[in-house]
Write a protein that binds this ligand. Structure first.
Ligand SMILES: [Zn+2]
Length: 568
């Protein structure tokens, strides 16, 4: 580690001039490394040091005591090589191996591992002091896992031959369950590292299917051996506090786990199908940083949003189906509004992300804290801004409107396909049209589109002539420059051709024309759509076209995720 790093600490005010000088003196006199000096003299804690190093090297870090051992990674790197290079093999994922290193800029080490394993190398920062110690543990575990897998397979074969009752085997598997523990960890970790939203494990007659939902699409991966499936179910049930013996009714549970230094919430659901129990695990990564300018608004839309959210009271709705990124948008808005002068309360079911400075309340039907009761109590806590997870029925609609009418800025969501339908939905829920007109500030409909992988996207030659002209006019594109691409596939995107997702929006402002139209008797959302298009408000599909013209997504992705605009 260089002196620069220590100088940065001084500049950030984490150490003062005296300590800075002392560190340099010790380094000069004893030759000790800066890590060691900082830790041994209790100048920084391990976690703070790692955090600062992450910033310095711009590389994610990992605390070694939280490390879960990945058998595949250990097998890819022989013990001697790991010791010589002082690296920890962390995981193998497709054609990438993750390794823990002290210096992520040491190209020689990374190249060596690449040649040795034939895999792409992804470095993670570790504090050097712990690496050698951890290596002892890691390679000791490797031997015991191999032995245990052998024993289980032998046991099972012997028992089946002898016709013994299967549950006995399961009990034994639990007792010597190291490989099952590793396997379940591997399945969970792999899902997290690939950025999956859900993990699906399903018994399919003669095999176990393992699929990950990544950027909205299911991808199949090699499943675990069928011989271990019942033990895997038991392990997952134990982890998520479910009833081990219950195999006829569906069960729900959750697993809280630290993966690569991040707190992850795994929501588990098990359903007994005819071939056996199927498992779906939703991965909730708690984000604590949201930035409104980074969530993909077009410039004109961003300006509209800024105008709406600074209003002192009224209702802002975000609409779309489950998994369309509504809560990310809401939290980005809340983060932007968050300040000591504003009291912000949220009522959610469940709380997915946590934000500093905001009071978050989780509805809990099991203890009688219903959504409606929660809403009523929020009213009494004198908030300025309230975020409600969802307007789900007449009762919650009533309270929401009352909040918006009485001087609060209220943010919430609705399940509607586009922005204009949200007006109909509120009226259907029994809100009088004049109150909708009065309180609604804006409705944002949104969808997520997969983003083309930058490394491999190819020019899409099919979009030319009139087709192209239509696209350009429909997206109200002000720029002359555009380039349309389609997906290809490379090692960077696991051959998917896409990497990550982005939001597209339709933003309906409840302007004067709409306000006066809503209370009129023959109001219809299709006439609102016509009005929106006439004022150049992009529909979801048109918003998608614009992203395609910018080369960010493909035309197919736009068609697959949006519907044709029907106007009168
Ligand atoms: Zn790619």
């Amino acid at each position: 580690m260089e002196v620069n790093f220590v100088t940065n600490l001084l500049e950030e005010g984490l150490i003062d001039q005296d300590i800075y000088q002392k560190i340099l003196d010790i380094h000069r006199d004893t030759g000790a490394g800066f890590h060691t000096i900082l830790l041994n003299n209790f100048i920084l804690s391990e976690s703070v040091l790692l955090e600062k190093l992450e910033d310095y090297y711009e590389t994610p870090g990992i605390m070694l005591d939280e490390l879960e051992i990945d058998i595949e990674a250990i097998e890819a790197v022989p013990e001697k090589a790991a010791r010589d290079l002082q690296i920890i093999p962390l995981f193998v994922l497709g054609n990438t191996i993750g390794i823990g290193v002290e210096d992520p800029f040491n190209v020689d080490t990374l190249d060596y591992v690449k040649v040795l394993t034939g895999l792409k190398v992804q470095p993670f920062l570790c504090l050097g002091s712990g690496i050698l110690h951890k290596l002892d543990e890691v390679y000791a575990v490797k031997d015991s896992i191999q032995k245990a897998i052998q024993t289980i397979s032998d046991d099972k074969r012997n028992m089946e031959a002898a016709g013994e009752y299967l549950d006995d085997i399961q009990v034994r598997v639990e007792e010597s369950s190291a490989p099952v523990v590793q396997l379940v960890n591997h399945i969970l970790h792999q899902g997290f590292v690939m950025g999956a939203s859900d993990i699906h494990l399903e018994p399919l007659g003669n095999r176990i299917a393992l699929r990950y939902r990544i950027d909205g699409i299911l991808h199949e991966f090699p499943g675990p051996p069928k011989i271990l499936y019942s033990s895997i179910i038991s392990r997952i049930k134990i982890l998520s506090d479910m009833d081990l013996a219950e195999r006829r009714h569906p069960q729900d549970g959750r697993i809280n786990k630290i993966v690569y230094g991040q707190q992850i919430d795994f929501r588990v659901s098990i359903i007994p199908f005819i071939y056996g129990e199927g498992i779906v695990i939703r991965i909730l990564v708690k984000k604590s940083r949201f930035n409104l300018s980074e969530i993909g608004f077009e410039e004109d839309d961003y300006l509209k949003i800024m105008k709406t959210i600074t209003r002192p009271f009224g209702l802002i709705l975000v609409t779309g189906p489950t998994g369309s990124g509504k809560s990310t948008s809401l939290f980005a808005i809340l983060s932007h509004l968050n300040s000591p002068e504003k009291k912000i309360i949220t009522l959610e079911d469940p709380v997915e992300h946590r934000l500093d400075g905001i009071m978050q309340l989780q509805a809990r039907e099991d203890i009688g804290l219903t959504y409606t009761l929660g809403l009523k109590s929020v009213l009494r806590h004198d908030p300025d801004i309230v975020m409600l997870g969802e307007i789900r029925d007449k009762q919650s609609a009533d309270i929401t409107i009352r909040l918006a009418l009485t001087g609060h800025l209220v943010l919430s969501t609705l399940h509607t396909n586009d922005a204009s339908t949200s007006i109909d939905r509120l009226i259907e829920m029994g809100v009088p049209p004049y109150l909708v007109s009065e309180t609604l500030i804006a409705a944002l409909a949104q969808r997520l589109l997969r983003q083309l992988c930058d490394k491999c996207k190819k020019s899409d030659e099919t979009m030319t002539g009139d087709k192209l002209k239509e696209l350009i006019s429909k997206s109200y594109n002000s720029s002359e420059a555009f380039s349309i691409y389609k997906p290809a596939g490379c090692e960077d995107c696991n051959n998917f051709g896409y990497k990550g997702r982005m939001a597209i929006y339709e933003i309906m402002m409840n302007d004067w024309d709409l306000k006066t139209a809503i209370p009129i008797k023959d109001f219809s959302s299709s006439s609102v759509r016509t009005y929106l298009r006439s004022t150049k408000v992009r529909s979801l599909r048109e918003s998608g076209f614009l992203k395609a013209l910018q080369g960010l997504t493909s035309i197919e992705e736009v068609y697959a995720n949006t519907v044709e605009d029907v106007t009168m």
